[in-house]
Write a protein that binds this ligand. Structure first.
Ligand code: ACO
Length: 324
């Protein structure tokens, strides 16, 4: 049997770091009131990075991918599949994956975007795993990158304090031994309205609202339940009855959602990888960014069992169990 395994990880953050205090001062000039204390208490976020106005998701993805390829000991020429998770692509089309492919100096291999908002990375990893296991690809770049700062309404304090920009990537390669042990994806479109950017491009203008809208409490309630279900379903598919993992690497939206999930799974909080304090919610980038950060800090090591979990707009959710 053919399996896929993660051969290397990488990430990239735009240089401009904005603390809660910086953001509060900036918002105050618009008459929007917030505070470091409110943001930390409700979300766990202390700072986030924002890309410059001309920087695109593929710009952030390219250095993350180069770092992942270095870690995997391969070059762009060895890549035969690119799957790019983003909700903030460079253009309506072509896909950010095609633009990234050209920036990496390669041509010919299939390249496409996956749009599942904050679940984008677990969706992309699941798709790439399936393509490798069926022999359609041998070495894939799976990347999540976002410039959510573009779609934030800085007059809406209930959303604009939550998100940041960034990118994370992995090289996923064919292997005789399993790396990815099980995957579990879901969506339920009836919840589309609780987290969305409702605008669309029509006749050289945006029709409707191009800013992110969220019912925070509805999202919170749904997220905790589905994340527990997805984790348990993935373990069951891998034939495991216990929640026996080394690290939970959840989508980094809110420390309270992550801690509730860990509690429901009866996992000690030391097994929870947390980067939301430094990155904010970077949507599809958050899981690979957290993974790479923990790998580079020497916390996640080869041989560890990881549970990657995402939840986001759609509503979409899912999990991937990994022997790293
Ligand atoms: N600064 C100061 N006060 C604020 C701010 C802010 N940035 N935002 C809201 N408030 C105020 C509200 O106006 C409200 O005031 P009021 O009581 O006078 O009306 C008060 O704070 C409480 O607001 P709530 O919305 O009840 O606060 P809550 O405790 O629910 O926290 C939050 C809001 C953080 C958004 C929470 O609901 C949450 O985390 N939800 C999940 C959101 C999330 O994680 N989304 C992303 C997941 S999916 C994805 O990643 C795309």
């Amino acid at each position: 049997t053919l399996y896929s395994r993660i051969a290397g990880t990488g990430s990239y953050l735009p240089p401009r770091r904005v603390t809660n205090a910086d953001l509060a001062a900036e918002l105050a000039t618009r008459g929007v009131e917030t505070s470091d204390q409110w943001i930390i208490e409700r979300t766990g976020i202390r700072s986030r990075h924002f890309a410059g106005p001309d920087v695109t998701s593929s710009d952030l993805a390219a250095p993350a991918c180069r770092q992942a390829m270095d870690a995997a000991g391969c070059t762009a020429q060895d890549i035969d599949l690119i799957v790019f998770a983003t909700s903030t692509p460079d253009m309506v089309f072509p896909s950010a994956a095609c633009i990234l492919q050209n920036k990496l100096g390669i041509a010919g291999c299939p390249a496409f975007d996956v749009q599942a908002v904050c679940s984008g990375f677990v969706y992309a990893l699941t798709v790439a795993d399936a393509m490798i296991r069926t022999g359609s690809a041998r070495r894939a770049l799976v990347v999540g990158a976002e410039v959510f700062s573009r779609i934030l309404d800085f007059n809406d304090r209930t959303t604009c304090v939550l998100f940041g920009d960034g990118a994370g990537a992995v090289v996923l390669e064919a292997s005789e031994t399993p790396g990815i042990l099980a995957t579990d994806l879901h969506a339920d479109g009836k919840h589309a309205g609780i987290l969305c950017v409702p605008g669309n491009v029509s006749g050289n203008q945006v029709l409707g609202d191009a800013f992110l809208k969220m019912d925070g409490q509805a999202v919170f309630k749904l997220a905790v339940g589905v994340l527990e279900d997805a984790a348990r379903a993935t373990l069951a598919k891998a034939g495991r009855t216990d929640v026996d993992i080394d690290w939970l690497v959840p989508h980094q939206a809110n420390i309270r959602i992550m801690q509730s999930t860990a509690k429901k799974l009866k996992l000690p909080l030391e097994k929870l990888i947390v980067t939301v304090d430094q990155h904010g919610n970077t949507s599809a980038a958050s899981i690979p960014l957290a993974l790479d950060t923990a790998v580079r800090e020497g916390r996640i090591r080869k041989g560890d069992t990881l549970m990657l979990e995402g939840v986001g707009g759609g509503f979409t959710w899912g999990a991937v169990l990994v022997d790293f």
